[in-house]
Design a binder for this molecule. Structure first.
Ligand code: UN1
Length: 500
C-alpha cells in the first residue's frame, strides 16, 4: 500500500492511527491545523481517503471479536486509566484545546474535565449495562435481555468541543464492546491525536480505536456509507446531518445525530435579574457563541426590558476579547475566516432587519489581525427575522421583547431546533410549567442554556436530531443491541400463546 509507519505521534507531521500504528495516507495529501488566535500552524496531518477508511475498517473488524469477548469491567478499566492520564495531563490538554480551537483557557480545561467526567461515569457501566428479567407466561422458563455491541461503529465529531465530544462517543462505544473508526473535525485533529495517545498509553488493544483524519466529503462519507460500519454517531451541522442520515439509510444503519440549536433564555418579570444577567453573558458569549447549546435568543419580559437591556449592554461592552490563552480574556476568536465571514453575513442581515444595540464589527489592528475576532454583538429584533431564526454559531445575541409567559413560550418553540432552553423566574409553578411547555431536549431553570452534565442524556427535538440522546444513561442505548433470551428448563416443548 506504500504507507510509511511511524512509532509515535510527531507534532509537525501526523499520520492516521490504524491497527495500533501511526500511518500516512497512500495519497500523500496533507492539511494543516492552525491556532485561530494567532494563525500559527500547529501541525500537518495526512489527509484521509476512502482507502484509508477502508483500511481502518479492516483493522476494527479484526479487533472486534477479542474486544467483544473482553469482559466489560476489564474494558472499563482502560477507560479509567485513560481518565487518570487525562487528569495528569489536564493543563497541557486544556491549553491545546485553547490553542487549536480558540476557546478561553478556563473553558479549554473545562472541555478536558468534561471528558474525564464522562470516562469516570461510563466506566461504571462496565459493571452495570443492565438488561431486564421478567416472568414467563409458561412454567419453568426464564426470560431476560442482554446487551451486545453493534460491531464496528463510526464516530464523526465537530471542532467546538474537541476533547469532550469525542470522548462522549468513544467512551460509550468502547465500554459496550464496539470497535471504532473515528473521523474528527479537520479543524481540530491535534486534540484527537492527543486523545489517541492517551488511549494507547492506557493499554487499548491495537485496532479497537482507529482514527482517520480528513474531510467529510471523502473520509467522512466513506465512514457513513460503508456497510461494514454498523452504526454512526455524528455531531455537527444540520445540513451535513441530513446527508449522513440519508446515506446511512441505504444500509438501514442506526444513526445518532446531534445537530444545531437556537436556544432561548426567557427572563420573566419576577426573575432574579443579577442571576439572569450572568446567565445570558455566559450562555451567549462563552466559547464565542460556538456551542450548539449557546444562548442565541433572549426573550425578555417587557416589564424588565429596559432596565435589563441597559445592564446587559454595559456588561457585554466590558467583555475582553483577545487571545484565549490570556487568562484575562473572556471571548476568543472564532474558529477560522470562513466561519467569521458567515457570522459577519448574519450581522449584516441583522443590521438591515433589526436594531443593532452593541458590537457588530470585526475587530482589527494589532494582534486582532492574526485571527478572526468579532465584537460581542446584540440585536433587538422582532421574532421571525433571519438572525432570530437561524443558527449563527458566533457571539451574536437576538433580544426579543415579550409581553407574557405564553408569548415567550410560543416564540421559544416557533423554531426549527429544540436543543436547550432556559427560564429565569422565582415562580415555582411557572418553572414547572416551562419544563412541560418548552419544546427542547434540555430545559434549565434559573441557569443558562449551556453547561450540561455528562451523567444525564444530551440531545434535542426537531431538527436538532433524530430523537436519540447521547451521554448519560442514553449512551449505552446508542451503542448496544438488545438480545432477548428465553431459557426453557421444562424439558418439554412449551408453546407460547397456545398452551393453556
Ligand atoms: C455543544 O455545544 O456542542 O452543555 C456541546 C454544554 C456542554 C456541551 C455542549 N456541556 O454546553
Amino acid at each position: 500500500m506504500g504507507v510509511a509507519i511511524r512509532e509515535t505521534v510527531e507534532l509537525q507531521t501526523c499520520g492516521h492511527y490504524i491497527g495500533g500504528q501511526w500511518v500516512y495516507s497512500a495519497s500523500d495529501q496533507w492539511f494543516q491545523t492552525a491556532n485561530p488566535a494567532t494563525g500559527e500552524t500547529l501541525a500537518q496531518f495526512s489527509r484521509g481517503t476512502e482507502d484509508d477508511v477502508r483500511r481502518a475498517i479492516d483493522a476494527a473488524e479484526a479487533a472486534f471479536p477479542a474486544w467483544k469477548r473482553t469482559p466489560a469491567p476489564k474494558r472499563a478499566l482502560i477507560l479509567l486509566k485513560a481518565a487518570m492520564i487525562m487528569t495528569e495531563r489536564k493543563d497541557e490538554l486544556g491549553a491545546l484545546v485553547s490553542a487549536e480551537m480558540g476557546k478561553v483557557i478556563a473553558e479549554g480545561r473545562g472541555d478536558v474535565q468534561e471528558a474525564i467526567d464522562f470516562l469516570e461515569y461510563i466506566a461504571g457501566e462496565g459493571r452495570r449495562m443492565y438488561g431486564e428479567t421478567t416472568p414467563s407466561e409458561l412454567p419453568d422458563k426464564f426470560c431476560m435481555t442482554v446487551r451486545q455491541p453493534l460491531g464496528v461503529v463510526g464516530c464523526i465529531t465537530p471542532w467546538n468541543f474537541p476533547i469532550a465530544i469525542p470522548i462522549w462517543k468513544l467512551g460509550a462505544a468502547l465500554v459496550t464492546g464496539n470497535t471504532v473508526v473515528f473521523k474528527p473535525a479537520e479543524q481540530t485533529p491535534l486534540c484527537m491525536a492527543k486523545i489517541t495517545e492517551v488511549f494507547e498509553e492506557a493499554g487499548l488493544p491495537a485496532g479497537v480505536l482507529n482514527v482517520v483524519y480528513g474531510f467529510g466529503e471523502d473520509a467522512g462519507a466513506e465512514v457513513v456509507a460503508n456497510p461494514r460500519v454498523k452504526a454512526i454517531s455524528f455531531t455537527g451541522g444540520v445540513e451535513t446531518g441530513r446527508i449522513v442520515y440519508t446515506s446511512a439509510a441505504k444500509h438501514l444503519k442506526p444513526v445518532e445525530l446531534e445537530l444545531g440549536g437556537k436556544n432561548p433564555q426567557i427572563v420573566m418579570d419576577d426573575a432574579n435579574l443579577d442571576l439572569a444577567l450572568d446567565g445570558v453573558l455566559f450562555g451567549a458569549f462563552g466559547t464565542a457563541g460556538q456551542r450548539c447549546t449557546a444562548t442565541s435568543r433572549l426573550l425578555l419580559h417587557e416589564a424588565v426590558y429596559d432596565a435589563f437591556m441597559d445592564r446587559l449592554v454595559t456588561a457585554v461592552e466590558a467583555l475582553r476579547v483577545g487571545n484565549p490563552l490570556d487568562p484575562g480574556v473572556d471571548v476568543g476568536p472564532v474558529i477560522n475566516d470562513e466561519a467569521g465571514e458567515r457570522i459577519m453575513d448574519f450581522i449584516a442581515s441583522g443590521k438591515r432587519e433589526a436594531t443593532l444595540i452593541t458590537g457588530g464589527e470585526r475587530l482589527t489592528g494589532g494582534d486582532y489581525d492574526q485571527g478572526f475576532y468579532i465584537q460581542p454583538t446584540i440585536f433587538a429584533t422582532e421574532h421571525g427575522t433571519r438572525i432570530s431564526q437561524q443558527e449563527i454559531f458566533g457571539p451574536v445575541l437576538s433580544v426579543i421583547k415579550v409581553r407574557s409567559y405564553e408569548e415567550a413560550v410560543a416564540i421559544a418553540n416557533d423554531i426549527e431546533y429544540g436543543l436547550s432552553s432556559s427560564i429565569y423566574t422565582k415562580d415555582v409553578n411557572r418553572a414547572f410549567q416551562a419544563v412541560q411547555d418548552l419544546e427542547a431536549g434540555i430545559t434549565y431553570i434559573n441557569a443558562p442554556t449551556i453547561g450540561a452534565e455528562v451523567h444525564l442524556p444530551f440531545g434535542g427535538t426537531k431538527n436538532t436530531g433524530n430523537g436519540g440522546r447521547e451521554a448519560g444513561s442514553a449512551a449505552i442505548d446508542e451503542f448496544t443491541e438488545i438480545k432477548t433470551v428465553f431459557v426453557d428448563y421444562s424439558n418439554r416443548l412449551q408453546k407460547a400463546q397456545i398452551d393453556g
